[in-house]
Design a protein around this ligand. Structure first.
Ligand code: FAD
Length: 315
């Protein structure tokens, strides 16, 4: 096996398990080269390595364990990746906040150009990625010796989390760079599915008018459907919904089985974050609302009447 057909996926994990985005990234990796390895850089992360070894299509897991890798500090994780880079033709990260934090550092340290938000692999050096908020796709050919990619997870169906039997190899952790120190992690508590992983998303726009109305009108629908809650940027900027609910170009990119957009106009920046959803339901009182152009089910109605009716109908 030569470096050019070995692919390294940098896993996103919580030390005990692997995040779904890693499975989509492995799917992209399998299209880049013959042998896919996964790097689990963490601390006390044997559970994550075990889970990585079970991913279908992965042939080797590289496990680097050290206290200074515990919190995913970009400087240390990037150094760990760069230490391995000579053996690989491609290094892939999910295009999540964590992946986007590390990948540019790796690319810069290797003096190569990063290809961002890849949605299709057309060949080992040729990739498609969206531009202009997803309104156009550009085909990029990279002549760099190692391709550093971030993978838009909605572009690739996740490989199975089970069925693989990769070998786990413990590797030396790089030294602490000392460039950054972990201070504190504040995680929003949420009983709902994570917005990025949810099968169903109920999303609200400016039309809701207040955070109280979000809770009163949209939460019961999300509860009935077992859905994550999302929001347009206008709703977030107005303080109706928390920041981490924002869907769109400057928020999260989602592609659930079902996306229910309530009182959202459908600006291109919002569509950029949800147009790959399998089924889109839009409730809007304006028949000209752009969201209707991409909706599979368009309900022209006042959401304050239609959503409670829907909740009642769901029983
Ligand atoms: P509006 O555009 O105000 O639409 C409200 C809709 O609700 C209207 O269609 C109206 O007909 C309908 N409505 C009103 N009352 C009711 C009712 N009672 N029942 C049913 N329907 C009703 N936006 C994002 O969402 N995500 C992003 O990531 C994002 N990034 C951006 C990045 C940039 C650089 C820029 C410039 C903009 C970005 N935006 C983003 C903002 C985007 O352009 C829109 O302004 C925003 O999406 C509008 O939100 P909205 O649809 O909730 O509000």
């Amino acid at each position: 096996m030569t470096a050019s057909n070995q692919v390294l996926v940098v896993a996103e994990h919580d030390h005990g398990s692997i995040r779904t985005a890693t499975l989509n990234t492995v799917a992209a990796a399998l299209q880049c080269g013959a042998e896919v390895h996964v790097l689990v850089a963490g601390h006390d992360a044997a559970g994550a390595s075990k889970a990585a070894a079970a991913i279908n299509g992965v042939s080797r897991v590289l496990h680097a364990d050290a206290p200074h890798l515990a919190n995913g500090l970009a400087e240390n994780v990037a150094a760990q990746v760069v230490a391995l880079a000579a053996s690989y033709g491609h290094i892939l990260f999910p295009a999540t906040s964590a992946g986007k934090n590390v990948a540019p550092r790796v690319a810069a340290l290797l003096d190569v150009a990063q290809v961002s938000e890849v949605v299709r692999v057309l060949g080992t050096d040729t990739f498609q990625r969206p531009i202009y908020a997803g309104n156009a796709l550009v085909t990029v050919q990279s002549s760099d010796p190692v391709k550093v990619l971030t993978v838009r997870v909605t572009g690739f169906d996740a490989v199975a989390a089970e069925g693989g039997a990769a070998q786990i190899e413990t590797i030396d952790a790089v030294a602490d760079s000392g460039l950054s120190t972990f201070v504190e992690r504040l995680v929003a508590k949420n009983d709902r599915p994570d917005l990025g992983d949810a099968q169903i998303v109920v999303s609200g726009g400016r039309a809701l008018g207040s955070s109280e109305k979000f809770a009163e009108v949209l939460t019961p629908l999300a509860d009935k459907l077992g859905a994550a809650l999302g929001a347009s940027r206008a709703a977030v900027d107005a303080g109706f919904a928390p920041n981490d609910w924002q869907v769109g170009q400057t928020g999260k990119i989602v592609a659930p089985q079902l996306y229910v957009a309530c009182g959202i106009s459908g600006a291109i920046q919002h569509l950029a974050g949800m147009k790959d959803s399998k089924v889109i339901v839009a409730i809007n009182k304006d028949p000209e609302a752009p969201i209707f152009a991409i909706a599979d089910y368009a309900l022209e109605a006042d959401l304050f009447a239609a959503v409670p009716e829907l909740v009642a109908a769901l029983g």
